[in-house]
Design a protein around this ligand. Structure first.
Ligand code: NAD
Ligand code: ZN
Length: 351
């Protein structure tokens, strides 16, 4: 093990720097991980550019990164299911394990949640990182580190499609073809969706969605939610049973309500402005259930088995690769939004 720990630290809004930090030691029931792949998420870029997301404000230097995988380099006391050398995916949120939400299985709602790179908790974009061992998942040999890192957004897709009730034969609308819309597309298809329509305002993103198996790409040109809903119904040949909104844009949420079949479900994944105008009476009188999602709970094992079995292929999501030393370039590339997923490789010795 090296004795330096190069880390990508957000010192304050707009000021992201690589700094040497002490190598963290694993405590009881923790493992130290030599980091390998860390994907950049929109939230990492948002903290960098704006210094805050809603009530979460960066008030002290914080290491970024939460879509991650690596190799166990040291195990703490009490860890029995992992050993040095194991390749793992890291589920970035560690809840209290004691409250009603945790005990009820909805630990994503735990008020004591410690989530990587959500202030004030440090993330994992570093050479070494320590994490709760029970939130590390051993990767089979044939699953790559990048696929391990992609289990994070994929878990969002699993949770969203579960809350949406996607099942065999479902007609699904996904709004927004960014990384999150695309993982929802993959999961919806794997869960048996018969037809998936996907919207975006960007033709390049729709092209990727088509390559990844979307049946009906719909290019959004209008800000009139009802008009776009009509376009979707035309493309799909019917109203979708479920809609998974992954843009957060106001007109797109409106489309989600107008398009969804009576008695269907609209899941809000996209987080845009905190207050928006929506045609709530339309949803009410047609019994369209509107459900939110917050990250995921108990989805990592499912996401991993989907990838390991080949049910989903997340590899095409990665469009850019950088080394840890190139972190700033990586963030610039992600901010430009040219590709889909930007991956940072933290281990100099492993490809
Ligand atoms: P992204 O910005 O890369 O993707 C959003 C996509 O929506 C873009 O391709 C954009 O062109 C498209 N879009 C914008 N306006 C549109 C419109 N009117 N109609 C259709 N498409 C439109 O972001 P992402 O990383 O894919 O994440 C998507 C959203 O999900 C973000 O709002 C993010 O904050 C949210 N998110 C929520 C959770 C959660 O737990 N609820 C978890 C992860 C991400
Ligand atoms: Zn809890």
């Amino acid at each position: 093990m090296g004795d330096t720990n190069l880390s990508a630290v957000l010192l304050e809004k707009g000021n992201l720097k690589l700094e040497e930090r002490p190598v963290p030691k694993p405590g009881k029931n923790e493992v130290q991980i030599a980091m390998h792949s860390v994907g950049i998420c929109g939230s990492d870029v948002h903290y960098w550019v704006h210094g805050a997301i809603g009530d979460f404000v960066v008030r002290a230097p914080m290491i970024l990164g939460h879509e991650a995988s690596g190799t166990v380099s040291e195990v703490g006391e009490g860890v029995t299911h992992l050993k040095v050398g194991d390749r793992v995916a890291i589920e970035p949120g560690v809840p209290c394990r004691y409250c009603d939400y945790c005990k009820g299985g909805r630990y994503n709602l735990c008020l004591e949640m410690q989530f990587c790179a959500t202030p004030p908790v440090d993330g994992s974009l570093a050479r070494y990182y320590v994490h709760a061992a029970d939130f590390c998942f051993k990767l089979p040999d044939h699953v790559s580190y990048e696929e391990g890192a992609l289990l994070e957004p994929l878990s969002v897709g699993v949770h969203a499609c579960r809350r949406a009730g996607v099942t065999i034969g479902s007609k699904v609308l996904i709004c927004g073809a960014g990384p999150i819309g695309l993982v929802c597309l993959l999961v919806a298809k794997a869960m048996g969706a018969a037809q998936v329509a996907i919207t975006d305002i960007d033709t390049k993103r729709l092209e990727v969605a088509k390559q990844m198996g979307a049946h009906c790409p719909v290019l959004v040109k209008s800000r009139d939610g009802r008009e776009v809903a009509e376009q979707v119904v035309q493309a799909l040949g019917c109203n979708p049973d479920v809609t998974v909104e992954c843009s957060g844009a106001e007109p797109s949420v409106q489309t989600g309500i107008f398009a969804t079949k009576s008695g269907g479900v609209l899941v809000l994944v996209g987080l845009g402005p905190p207050t928006i105008n929506i045609p709530i009476v339309n949803a009410a009188v047609r019994e369209v259930d509107i459900r939110g999602i917050f990250r995921y709970a108990n989805c990592y094992p499912t996401a991993l088995s989907m990838v390991a079995s080949g049910q989903v292929d997340v590899k095409p999501l990665v469009t850019h690769r950088f080394s840890l030393e190139q972190t700033l370039e990586a963030f610039e590339a992600s901010k430009k939004g040219e590709g889909i997923k930007v991956m940072i490789h933290c281990d100099k010795n492993k490809t």
